[in-house]
Design a protein around this ligand. Structure first.
Ligand code: FES
Length: 118
């Protein structure tokens, strides 16, 4: 199994931060129009920094595992830092993603950008 497959499977089986926040400050939902898969991200923000985060959604293992991993990457960061977050950071944290599955892996990052208003 490749490192990429191991990361995906691990997060798919043991999703981090799945659920909803009581009163999220920022919410972003993104749907992949090609398949209908969806990711919802909710952020709690205090003094410009993410203090808590949850994701929810349904879809392929890659999109949901990437959402789980993304929640770990963004907790504690500032909103300004997240606005600068590049696709490559998430793709490389996943262990590299084959080109045909990039859209799946980046679905949660697009949800984050919606939450941030961009
Ligand atoms: Fe729909 Fe992966 S197949 S996001």
């Amino acid at each position: 199994m490749s490192p990429y497959e191991e990361v995906i499977l691990e997060h798919w089986r043991n999703p981090r931060n799945r659920g909803r926040l009581d009163k999220p400050d920022l919410v972003g939902v993104e749907v992949n129009p090609l398949c209908g898969d969806a990711v919802r991200l909710e952020l709690q923000v205090a003094e410009g920094r993410v203090t808590d985060v949850r994701f929810d959604g349904q879809g392929c293992a890659i999109s949901q595992a990437a959402a789980s991993l993304l929640t770990e990457l963004i907790r504690g960061r500032t909103v300004a830092e997240l606005r600068e977050m590049r696709d490559e950071e998430l793709l490389s944290a996943l262990g590299g993603v084959i080109p045909t599955r990039r859209n799946c892996a980046l679905l949660p990052l697009r949800a984050l950008r919606r939450a941030l208003g961009g």
